[in-house]
Design a protein around this ligand. Structure first.
Ligand code: FNR
Length: 346
């Protein structure tokens, strides 16, 4: 216990100013993609949204074979959240919650393995709204503030939230001021309203007005449509007058957008990503989903079609000539007794 609190106190508190951030993305923001984003130049990476009810029943299990810390669902052994020391100082976990007490209990369970906790207050999906999570909290600012206040006073790590703008600028400023008063370290703002979809233009001018009116760091989000390279990230940040910028879709397609030196060729990126999937024994369906997001229309090519048939990490790796790497690594893991899901082909 002593060592735990010592390491948390000595870890530098996450600073949210002038940062390039990988946005929370369900299925995309798992360990290999987060590590690749950091390698490409992201300063902070968010996990995919993880729901409090799932996290609270998970068991923290260090995995010496992989060098990771796993949070495992005891009912079926699935890995709810996997992380490693390499990312800890730059890692923010995003949680879906509607309950301050439960959120705090989860925060305490997780805080030694992350550097920030973010609450999702922008997700418009039915699952979130029905559970009083995500964008439902935009309509209940008192509850949103209670959750944040509880976390800020009960945890040792910085707390943030990610919201969407409201239909009017004044309403958005009022909401941000109310949330800022809870003690949060920064606020992520997706520059679209709850009812707007990715095809709608974002509203950087609203973020600019908010940034001028409040003191806490603003993390601008929603600019992916116009982002094709590193300079475009900085342009969006300037346009919004924001402290930091957070990227989702553009990074899902090509995470080397964080690279000041320019984008990497697609195959090089996929190779790097697959190596990390192998190193951290990532679930094959998750690896496949992420590679599909990178390939996009190239899934129609003969190679793309071969890829779509793949079911194991080994099969996917063969296509990018990493078959030997995968086989060797999976054999090593098996000998070390990793109890994960590594699939070794006969
Ligand atoms: C998202 N988004 C999202 N937001 C969030 O707060 N928690 C989440 O888990 C997710 N999951 C998610 C998955 C995928 C595949 C996408 C594309 C998006 C929304 C995302 O973080 C961001 O707010 C929007 O996509 C707008 O930013 P971009 O795409 O314009 O950079």
């Amino acid at each position: 216990i002593l060592r735990k609190s010592f390491s948390m106190k000595t870890r530098q508190r996450l600073d949210y100013r002038n940062k390039l951030i990988l946005a929370p993305m369900v299925r995309v923001g798992t360990l290999p993609m987060r590590l690749l984003a950091l390698e490409m130049g992201a300063d902070i990476v968010y996990t995919e949204e993880l729901v409090d009810l799932k996290l609270i029943k998970s068991i923290r299990r260090p995995n010496p074979a992989l060098g990771t810390v796993d949070f495992v669902d005891p009912s079926d052994g699935t890995i709810v959240f996997r992380t490693c020391a390499q990312e800890t100082s730059r890692l923010v976990l995003q949680m879906g919650t509607s309950d301050a007490g439960r959120a705090l209990a989860v925060g305490k369970l997780l805080q030694r393995d992350i550097s920030g906790l973010d609450i999702n207050m922008g997700c418009p999906k039915e699952f979130s709204i029905k559970g009083g999570m995500g964008a439902a909290l935009l309509a209940d600012p008192d509850k949103a503030a209670l959750i944040l206040r509880t976390l800020c006073s009960g945890l040792d790590i910085p707390v943030t939230c990610k919201i969407r703008i409201l239909p009017d600028v004044e309403g958005t400023i009022d909401l941000v001021q109310k949330l800022a008063a809870t003690g949060i370290a920064a606020i992520g703002i997706h520059a679209r309203t709850r009812d707007e979809r990715p095809q709608h233009s974002a509203h950087p001018e609203v973020l600019r007005a908010v940034a001028q009116a409040v003191d806490i760091p603003i993390i601008a989000n929603g600019g992916s449509k116009n982002m094709h390279c590193y300079e475009d990230l900085r342009k969006f940040q300037l346009e919004c007058g924001a402290d930091s910028v957070m990227v989702a879709r553009a990074a899902q397609i090509n995470v080397s957008i964080f690279r000041p030196e320019g984008l990497l060729p697609m195959d090089e990126l996929i190779e790097k990503y697959l190596r990390l999937c192998v190193d951290y024994d990532n679930a094959p369906h998750n690896a496949k989903y992420c590679v599909q997001s990178i390939l996009r229309e190239l899934q129609e090519t003969p190679r793309g079609k071969r890829f779509l048939q793949c079911q194991t990490l080994q099969q996917i790796c063969e296509i990018w000539e990493l078959g030997d790497y995968c086989r060797r690594k999976q054999r090593e893991l098996k000998t070390m007794g990793n109890s994960g899901r590594a699939e070794v082909e006969p």
